[in-house]
Ligand binder design. Structure first.
Ligand code: NDP
Ligand code: AKG
Ligand code: MG
Length: 418
């Protein structure tokens, strides 16, 4: 299709998606990227440079990524004019080209625009946010055995209180809902019905089960020992509690899991390896202390949207912080890869922050394309740069004898170590 502001490169080809969601990846795929606000200006160029170098080292000139910039956030407003934060053609380009990557986008607190990151996930129905958390040798950590943290978070990405269905205190809408709840639903538990904002938490069986299906399938494909459903179902029975029940139900009905010792835990035999996979659940607050005390008891995590947000950053801290925590948002035929961290505005434009999170998100993207040699090259580069103790400020301040590098220099160090 014709785009208004997006310049479609002439020399690349489109990735196409088959009915079974497998990809047909040409040798020179066009990949849309969003630079991102704040430190996006620092980490995105570093990521592009590292990926280009890895692909070239792996395949010479027979393969390359043909980058296509698309716009969201502050740059979209610059390019399209006032109040166009997420142009329709950005969404269209992500749909048309199927695989994309983005830097972080700012969301104001307490008012202003709603999250563009959440909007992208919702508009494109990128229902699974997949965030692997693993330790790289030499990375400074606040825990004594960071190598024991090796988890992959599957965070439901389209529902929950995170969908942003809410009304401001004293607005006519909030008052109307409070009136409805009191007068028609018999609710007596609204402690202060004046000056009270209202948020809604939708959690569905379909939304839960498509996420849990992805998590269990991942455990099967990667021979993982367990999938843990993390919820606060004792308190929020019909949302988080239902998430747990629907998760177990799916494990039984779709994957043939059986009750373990009378339940509620289940087990299934991995059809690919013959190994046992335990499907278990844990209440979210207990989980947050156990990941510090006994992280090796957890492997694949399936959880709701808000829990997944908190858990991502908490787990990232155990293995070096959000500067190095990657992620992917995956739905049906579209996947957008993005860092776990935000725009860190105080560091924007200083060429200072760790680009590792976006670079490792790109590593996931390249692997998603099936370009395993290039993905391995990126991992080797990151591991090598860290082992050589040539790192950005976030690691350097915690690593004795490390050499402090700028963001762009760390990208160069990764390339040198490939
Ligand atoms: N997916 C997205 O696009 C996301 C967007 N956001 C948005 O980003 C904005 C800022 O959010 P905020 O809560 O400050 O969270 P940020 O993740 O932007 O930053 C919090 C802190 O994390 C550390 N950090 C973040 N990124 C890096 C990096 N690349 N390298 C090293 N350290 C890093 C810094 O710690 P220190 O100060 O210790 O150096 C920083 O001050 C908000 O508008 C928020 O909505 C937030 C999360 C995700
Ligand atoms: O959209 C935002 O601004 C924050 C999102 C976030 O923290 C996350 O998805 O991890
Ligand atoms: Mg977050």
């Amino acid at each position: 299709m014709g785009y208004q502001k997006i310049k479609v490169p002439k020399d690349g080809d489109k990735i196409t998606v088959n009915a079974d969601l497998s990809l047909n990846v040409p040798n020179h795929p066009v990949i849309p990227y969003i630079e991102g606000d704040g430190i996006g200006i620092d980490v995105s160029p570093a990521m592009l440079k590292v990926v280009d170098a890895a692909v070239e080292k792996a395949y010479g000139s027979s393969r390359s990524i043909v980058w296509m910039e698309v716009f969201a956030g502050e740059k979209a407003v610059e390019v399209y004019g006032d109040d166009v934060w997420l142009p329709e053609e950005t969404l269209e380009a992500m749909r048309e080209y199927s695989v994309g990557i983005k830097g972080p986008l700012t969301t104001p607190v307490g008012g202003g625009i709603r999250s563009l990151n959440v909007a992208l996930r919702q508009e494109l129905d990128l229902y699974a946010c997949i965030r692997p958390v693993r330790w790289f040798k030499g990375v400074p950590s606040p825990v004594t055995a960071p190598e024991k943290t090796d988890m992959v978070i599957f965070r439901e990405n389209s529902e929950d209180i995170y969908a942003g269905i809410e009304w401001q205190a004293d607005s006519p809408e909030a008052k109307k809902i409070i009136r409805f709840l009191k007068e028609e639903m018999g609710v007596e538990k609204i402690r202060f019905d004046q000056g009270c904002g209202i948020g809604i938490k939708p959690v569905s069986k379909e939304g839960t089960q498509r996420l849990v299906r992805k998590a269990i399938q991942f455990a099967i494909d990667n021979d993982k020992p367990s999938v843990t459903l993390v919820h606060k179902g004792n308190i929020m029975k019909y949302t988080e509690g239902a998430f747990k029940e629907w998760g177990y139900e799916l494990a039984r009905e779709r994957f043939g899991a059986e009750l373990l010792d009378g339940g509620p835990w289940h087990k299934l035999v991995n059809p690919k390896t013959g190994n046992e996979i335990i499907i278990k659940d844990v209440i979210a607050d207990a989980f947050l202390q156990q990941i510090l005390m006994r992280p090796d008891e957890y492997s694949v995590i399936a959880t709701l949207n808000l829990n997944g947000d908190y858990i991502s950053d908490a787990l990232a801290a155990e293995v070096g912080g959000i500067g190095i925590a990657p992620g992917a948002n995956i739905g049906g035929s579209v996947a957008i890869f993005e860092a776990t961290h935000g725009t860190a505005p105080k560091y924007a434009g200083q060429d200072k922050v760790n680009p590792g999170s976006l670079i490792l998100s790109a590593e996931m993207m390249v692997r998603h394309l099936g370009w395993f040699e290039a993905a391995d090259m990126i991992l080797k580069g990151v591991e090598g740069a860290i082992e050589a103790k040539t790192v950005t400020y976030d690691f350097e301040r915690l690593m004795p004898d490390a050499t402090l590098l700028k963001c762009s220099e760390f990208a160069d160090a990764i390339i040198k170590n490939m």
